[in-house]
Design a protein around this ligand. Structure first.
Ligand code: 5RP
Length: 216
């Protein structure tokens, strides 16, 4: 699938012009896009510490601003209403910020990320460590059993914001779960990205398919 990732990452370059401020996503597909940017005269806003490190190593100047021309990021899942589920890499909160503050938000992914509808999904949720077990109970009453994400050493995974991630499984009504979860004390945000994606580029064997929200 790597060649498909490369293909969508290259296609996204068509949206980038010199002088732009570009939101830089996280994950393997977004990283391929970053490599393509190294010869462009742009400045970036990194959505994770890992992306920040890669951008610096590629010589991409970084800024922290909410005025972003275009953000390009990967996704774990996208459906035909262009709702995304993200956070497989644990960067969902900063990714949501660079998505939200961009004039144009472009999502890149390979064909297996595309689903007609979202059903029985796993939704990552970023949670404050303080009283997190209580937050887990609240998430259960919001509709899903959630388990604390662990790192490779068996310790709680810590996000770039110093928080925990709960992976909430078998979520039937993704949008309703998100709406309930974001209102809970202790929840920072969820990996459900509603009404944010403007363009989704899907890498397929025959080429790159473009799905757009009405706006563009
Ligand atoms: C990280 C993310 C990533 O964008 C998502 O996991 C996709 O990653 P990849 O391109 O490696 O499949 O949401 O929090």
């Amino acid at each position: 699938m790597d060649w498909l990732k490369r293909k969508v990452a290259l296609e996204a370059l068509n949206w980038i012009e010199d002088g732009m401020t570009v939101g830089l996503g996280s994950g393997s597909t977004a990283e391929l896009f970053l490599h393509n940017l190294k010869d462009k005269n742009i400045q970036g806003v990194a959505s994770s510490k890992k992306t920040e490190k890669l951008a610096r190593s590629l010589g991409i100047p970084l800024v922290e601003t909410g005025k972003i021309d275009v953000t390009v990021d990967g996704t774990d899942v996208v459906d035909n209403s262009l709702t995304l589920i993200k956070g497989g890499g644990g960067s969902l909160v900063r990714e949501k910020l660079v998505a939200y503050h961009a004039d144009i938000y472009i999502v890149i992914g390979t064909k297996e990320k595309w689903k007609k509808t979202l059903h029985d999904e796993t939704v990552p949720v970023e949670v404050l460590p303080f009283l997190h077990e209580g937050t887990k109970e609240l998430l259960l009453s919001a509709g899903s059993y959630c388990s604390l994400r662990l790192d490779t050493n068996g310790y709680p995974f810590i996000s770039d914001n110093g928080n925990f991630i709960y992976d909430c499984t078998n979520v039937k009504e993704v949008r309703a779960f998100h709406e309930k979860a974001v209102r809970l004390p202790g929840v920072v945000n969820t990996g459900v990205f509603l009404n944010l994606a403007d363009v989704v580029l899907i890498g397929e064997d025959t080429g790159v398919r473009t799905e757009r929200r009405n706006k563009l």
